[in-house]
Design a protein. Structure first.
Length: 252
């Protein structure tokens, strides 16, 4: 996930997102720890500023282990970890769907859950990951659940949550259409905004540490080293110590 190959020259103009003025955020990611890895510093900062941040996780993470385990137990463990990390960061709400890890697809049954959350929470912005990224250099390629989470989220936003003829059953629940006007996509190769998260990297790593099942066997050491390094590289682009990079869309 090296940043060196980003087509983003030093000194290029950066987007100044309207959402910096506040308003609730809905974060939608594939796996229980994705939000922390992708945007944990940004979310920690927003929560510290008193902003409402809601998290919707689209799978239960029941294949997040490198050895055979009871997947039902793993899902229960990861649900508890997600709530613990959410409490630590100060999230306003946390919800986890029971889709199996590795089986996330861009289908109406998933999109309606995102649309339901959008119409209920009326977020000023939605935070997710860039679905167009397949290859991160030649060292890593993107998990299908991550790509599908990005597509599901975008397709739930438009055309969907803002149109009364999509997800009509939500109207019967009293959920009126809601148009999202700003979308932030992390894990992108085409960032147009580098969010200053200086002072919040410790909280990002600590939140990840609370996903205990995922950081056993020394994995937290990898995160402690790799995440700040990535954040330093992003920070250089805007002259701050640490940053997280996003592709920000401002919809009409
Ligand atoms: Zn993931």
């Amino acid at each position: 996930m090296a940043l060196e190959s980003e087509p983003h020259p030093e000194g290029a103009p950066h987007v100044h997102p309207a959402a910096e003025t506040g308003g609730p955020v809905l974060a939608v990611f594939a796996h229980p720890d994705d939000m922390e890895i992708c945007a944990g510093g940004t979310v920690a900062r927003w929560c510290s500023e008193g902003r409402d941040v809601h998290l919707l996780v689209l799978t239960n993470g029941d294949r997040g282990a490198a050895k055979p385990v009871d997947r039902t137990e793993l899902a229960a463990t990861r649900l508890a970890e997600t709530h613990a990390a959410g409490r630590y960061l100060g999230l306003t709400s946390v919800a986890v769907l029971d889709t199996h890890d590795g089986e996330l697809e861009n289908v109406p049954s998933v999109r309606i859950e995102i649309a339901r959350a959008i119409r209920r929470l009326r977020p000023a912005m939605v935070l997710s990951c860039d679905p167009t990224v397949v290859f991160f250099g030649n060292e890593y390629f993107n998990h299908s659940d991550h790509r599908n989470a990005g597509w599901c989220t975008m397709d739930a936003i438009f055309p969907g949550a803002g149109n009364p003829l999509f997800f009509e059953e939500l109207l019967a629940e009293g959920l009126e259409p809601w148009s999202v006007t700003e979308v932030w996509l992390g894990w992108t190769m085409e960032p147009n905004h580098h969010q200053d998260v200086t002072g919040f990297m410790d909280r990002k790593v600590e939140a990840l540490r609370l996903h205990e099942s995922q950081v056993a066997d020394g994995q937290i050491g990898f995160f402690e080293e790799w995440l700040p390094k990535e954040a330093v590289e992003a920070g250089k682009r805007v002259g701050v110590q640490h940053a997280e990079s996003f592709r920000v869309l401002q919809l009409g």
